[in-house]
Write a protein that binds this ligand. Sequence first.
Ligand SMILES: *[C@@H]1O[C@H](CO)[C@@H](O)[C@H](O)[C@H]1NC(C)=O
Length: 435
Amino acid sequence: MRIRILALVPLLARVLANGPNEIIPAPDDIVHQTSQIGGDTAAPHHTDVYVSGDLLCNDEGCYPLIFEPSNDWQVIKPEQRLPVGLDIRVNLDTGLKEAKLGDGSTRLTDEMQAVEVTSTADGAEVVPIAEASEATVGANSATINHEFSQQFASIQEALNEDNYALAEARFDDVLEFAHDYKHGYTIVSNEFDLLSSVCLNTSLPTSLREIDARFILGCLRNNPPVIEYIETHQSGFARDIFNSINAVTKVTEDIQVLVKRFIGILTVLIESDPAYIVGIDDFDTLGKVFYTIDDKQLRLRILQIVSSFVNRVHGEDIAPTMKRDGILFVVPAIKDWAREYMRYIKDADIDEEHLRTFFDTLYNLKTDFGKDLTVDAPFLNWLANQVEVRKARLGNGEEHRDEEQDVFDRKLINSRHLVFGNEMADSIKNFHDEL
Ligand SMILES: *[C@@H]1O[C@H](CO)[C@@H](O)[C@H](O)[C@H]1NC(C)=O
């Protein structure tokens, strides 16, 4: 391994000799050049590569935007983004760049570090190699070049000086870039250690942690590559956030805002991969936040998280009783959550998207729990009313139909008898019994 990594040295030397604007010569073909971190590769016959969702495509087909490392060396395809912490080499036989999961055994010699420093100063072409090298060395002082290196170096500097007001101001300067698809990914893939350490550090001022968490949330929203990056390479982050919320002892106003950001981050991560939320403790935590902080938007998000879990279990290919037991095992308080769904679904201000999510969750719960879950009369009244509203919409004769809406409306209408029907009969029966 060490020997193979050292094979980089002659190659870097060649790059340096060619100057910053030259390309790495590869035996068979010209190598594509890009100034983007992790973007350069040495694949032959590449044509124009474009991003399509979280794929990169060219004339020959598509492949993942983010390189998926394994324990074996694999060729890095044109424009693929590289996660940090990989071992990278250039295969001198083929001239192609290859990467695999770092095993920590690759330590840079002094000689290589010297080469690397010069190379980052001299040409973007070798930056990805430097990036991976830094990661294997674990150097905190890494000055990896990307568009926002300087801004983040200045944030780090302010933190080192315990100048938190300045650090906050610096975060404020870069906040607008978080929402940008490309910049957001560049920043998260290069600066995640800094970003996560600030929002999770309870010794730091809450306002600083909050702006940092807001920054991360901005990067995550509507940015699948960022979500995938965190899920793949920072898979402990959701757990850390849960722990951080659990560690809250005093719910001050600024802590409430921070917790809201945390829940926002969790909502995005868990919606993308419900496997993030698995433990009884997680639902306890969510319950505590839900009942402690009276904030409608926050509560809707928490209900969304619980929905992600319930709907995932419901979707599994197992018997309904197993689904019921599975949900009860992890969420013993599921009936309390069901009550909240019934409560919030009736809210006149709730948007259709939340309404559908909450309805589907109740529908799934009722399907799996049967008589073990009772729905209340106000919910049944709401449902009866919605059936009329939605019947009218289905029959409104409009030509250009929203197919999804129609499907949902039919589901809701039919559920009144098929899913929630027994309940209705039961409550009528009870009503008669009481007379
Ligand atoms: C949290 O921040 C404090 C104050 O800046 C610092 O001394 C400490 O090392 C940080 N802790 C972690 C785990 O980063």
